[in-house]
Design a protein around this ligand. Structure first.
Ligand code: ZN
Length: 270
């Protein structure tokens, strides 16, 4: 049965992690994606207790990065914390070009080397790493991995323990979308599926994502691609939106659940 998971980022402005877990549990959900900085805000002990009290499973743990020394130094501790929370996978966030640099080719090679190093640590700890290619407009300042093709190439080169997250916002435009989803699926590397929508016009590429159904992405078609490729995981709602962050978090969850039920037309597990 299709299930829905929420990423805490969707309501993080008005619901701390403990509140977020309660709101999800009240709606019969059992899977969430979480953020290390939000754990720190409520304290790890409280976060773990709430997770346990609500019998909630952790899908994604955000995140390792950006790949600058201050974050890389604590990458191992982050991976260990993700393991304590039982996360299925940990997201990688490479960051964009270093200030003042223009050599994207070298920046990519450097990021790839760092991911290879992190993968060794993650394998030792026993957690999976997930590459989420971001929209090409974010390559300057957020990531140097801007397509599923690049992410799949990298996973293939690195071997086991690493896969991809398909976020509709970042990949919907890609003419290779179906091919690359299938490629990842056949290799057992489809770790996550994030949904939201692309608004026209988009006022801000980071903070103006749409609620599912309010934009122009054919969400049901992409979900079918995921299922045809063998993905069996939950549909994860992840909306970075100043507009939705300003609303009551319980309402945001309710609207998102109703939209998912409408769009994906299944017996959603809630
Ligand atoms: Zn995402």
């Amino acid at each position: 049965m299709t299930s829905i998971a929420f990423n805490h980022a969707t309501v993080r402005d008005q619901a701390d992690m403990v509140t977020f877990l309660r709101l999800c549990a009240e709606r019969g959900l059992n899977t969430v994606s979480i953020w290390g900085d939000e754990i720190a805000k409520v304290g790890e002990e409280n976060a773990l207790r709430a997770l346990c009290d609500h019998r909630m499973n952790v899908l994604g743990y955000n995140r390792i990065g950006p790949f600058v020394p201050e974050y890389l130094d604590r990458a191992e501790a982050e991976l260990q914390r993700a393991a304590r929370f039982g996360a299925d996978h940990v997201s990688l966030f490479t960051g964009g070009l270093t200030k003042g640099h223009r050599d994207l080719y070298s920046a990519r090679r450097r990021a790839e080397d760092m991911i290879a190093g992190l993968l060794n640590v993650a394998r030792r700890i026993g957690v999976k790493l997930a590459i989420e290619p971001l929209h090409p407009m974010l390559v300057g300042d957020r990531t140097v991995i801007g397509s599923l093709t690049h992410a799949n190439d990298l996973c293939e080169a690195l071997g086991s323990g690493i896969g991809v997250i398909v976020d509709v916002y970042h990949v919907w435009w890609d003419e290779r979308l179906e091919t690359e989803i299938l490629r990842a699926g056949q290799a057992g590397r489809l770790f996550g599926f994030h949904v939201n929508d692309w608004l026209v016009p988009t006022r801000h590429v980071l903070t103006d994502r749409g609620m599912m159904g309010d934009g122009i992405i054919d969400l049901a078609a992409i979900e079918r691609m995921m299922r045809r490729a063998g993905f069996e995981g939950p549909i994860e709602v992840e909306i970075f939106s100043a507009d939705w962050w300003a609303r009551d978090p319980a309402d945001v969850l309710d609207v998102a659940l109703a939209r998912c039920q409408h769009l994906f037309g299944r017996d959603i597990a809630i």
